[in-house]
Ligand binder design. Structure first.
Ligand code: ADE
Length: 249
């Protein structure tokens, strides 16, 4: 899978995605990540990419033309590489649809994705109308630019691309897909600061461990993200357990 990021800060995007699991996937050639500097597409001798907003108001607006030329260049290169389909273009904005795990899974089916990172107060609406297929937010807060959100999306999407995670790592996504949060984890030593590892985890009794972990997941989800529980698949016994928890609360 190929990711291309249109940005004013290409080094930020590339340096943030070259370690750990994503770096390993890039090195293995399973995914590729390219960052293209929008500033390279300005015709202005001072290399301006932004201007004052029509109608007045605070801040600057990114101009349509450099973004459009940057996009065209990416498309040209992608069709030279043999790609026939026009890739989806995702504009990172707090005004977009909120990103989640199921969106990551869906987008991982694409062969190629282009991200547009805005800065300043916004981007000229006309270029958004012309090239953008999806507007996505990473949460209800405002960041200084779209780079961190694009990096967040690329990380989460890449993990859903076959071959990026080892079998062992794959299991770690299951919790969220099942609409439950993770159970707590422990490693050595058995006692730390007077706190003991829960007895059941030392028992070697796999069925009991599994049951305990599921219950911990249900407890945690009820405590911090109760709205997720309506989408969780629970057995009859687990539903009873949840009802008991609700009564205690
Ligand atoms: N750009 C600035 N804030 C953002 C957010 N929350 N999500 C996506 N893009 C953004």
């Amino acid at each position: 899978m190929k990711f291309t990021v249109m940005t004013l800060f290409p080094e930020m995007v590339l340096s943030g995605l070259n370690t750990s699991i994503i770096g390993r996937a890039v090195n293995a050639g399973i995914i590729s990540i390219d960052a293209v500097n929008i500033r390279d597409y300005t015709n202005d001798k001072h290399k301006h990419v932004d201007d004052y907003p029509y109608g007045g108001g605070a801040g600057m607006v990114m101009m349509a033309e450099p973004i459009y030329l940057c996009y065209k260049d990416i498309l040209d290169k992608s069709s030279q590489d043999g790609s026939e389909k026009k890739p989806r273009v995702i504009y990172m904005t707090p005004q977009g649809k909120t990103f989640n795990q199921s969106m990551a899974k869906e987008l991982a089916k694409e062969e190629e994705l282009i991200f547009l990172c805005g800065h300043y107060e916004g981007v000229d609406e006309r270029v958004l109308e012309e090239i953008v297929t999806d507007e996505v937010s990473v949460g209800d807060y405002v960041l200084s630019g779209g780079e961190l959100p694009a990096m967040v999306m690329i990380d989460a999407i890449s993990r859903m691309v076959p071959g990026v995670l080892t079998n062992e790592e794959s299991g770690m996504n299951e919790s969220f897909e099942g609409n439950l949060l993770e159970y707590p984890q422990y490693t050595r030593p058995e006692e730390w600061m007077g706190k003991k590892v829960p007895e059941v985890l030392l028992s070697g009794h796999h069925a009991n461990i599994e049951k305990w972990r599921r219950e911990k997941q249900i407890e945690k989800t009820l405590k911090v993200r109760p709205e997720l529980l309506s989408g969780a698949e629970l057995s009859k016994k687990e539903k009873d357990f949840l009802e008991q928890l609700k009564k205690i609360k």
